[in-house]
Design a protein around this ligand. Sequence first.
Ligand code: CP
Ligand code: NVA
Length: 301
Amino acid sequence: MKKRDFLSLFDFNASELTALIQRAIEDKKAFKAGRAEPLLAGRTLAMIFEKSSTRTRVSFEAGMVQLGGHALFLSSRDTQLGRGEPIADTARVLSGMVDLVMIRNDDHAQQVCFAENAQIPVINGLSDYNHPCQLLADVMTFEEARGSIQGAKVAWVGDGNNVCHSWMAAAQQFGFELAVACPDGFQPDAALSQRTAEQVSISDDPKSACEGADLVVTDVWTSMGQEADNAVRLQAFKGYQINDALMATAKADALFMHCLPAHRGEEVSASVIDGRHSIVWQEAENRLHAQKALMLTLLNK
Ligand code: CP
Ligand code: NVA
């Protein structure tokens, strides 16, 4: 059987994604009830990190341990990748030693290159282009709280970059409406906007994006690697903070999500992220459960 990768939500079809979310929800309940099968006993996940991480690293590593397998943390600083060994060669070598690879790096094209040269499934743990694992957890969290996300209205307010791109792909794959509001110059990728135009509208107006929304989502204004532009970004994103006034334009019982880490007082007020709409801790926990279901699916378990 041909190996499969998960570099984007478009790597799975809509019914596969729905089944994966259902499995994650059911397996989470079973796990919490003390029922856990070591379905990945003897299997190894290699995790390549070129950037910092708390949630992604811990959820993949803990998830693998809970499934009876083992996870290796490989920082590009300590491996030969950081000294210029070609990514394709690393992919070929790891394919002979481990069962699964997760990569967090900057250049999405390098992930594609890795996957093309690997004989084993490759998972995107965040690139400059997208963050598909985050969206598995986010959709799972919405569905645990509110039932099917199909037909819901989701508002994205902030930077139109990696996490926003995965929300756009999710809107198409899960069939919900996504209203994106970004300042000029920070809009999402044009090709993806065209591909998802049926479900996704893009404006520079946070208020109209949030109006009547079932869920409001944001992310940091300065992503990893963009620290030198912080001052310009703080200026550009003024008026895009999710605060009580903006949440008041959404549905009364609207949810708030943020992939974390968050900057209270920048993209979100403390009153919102620590308030009654926020579901961010359940969202973070679900990275564990969604990715366990993902690893099992990729390894045909
Ligand atoms: N949301 C997320 O991916 O968090 P980390 O950067 O901590 O992995
Ligand atoms: N947009 C953020 C997401 C972190 C999980 C970044 O790229 O730093």
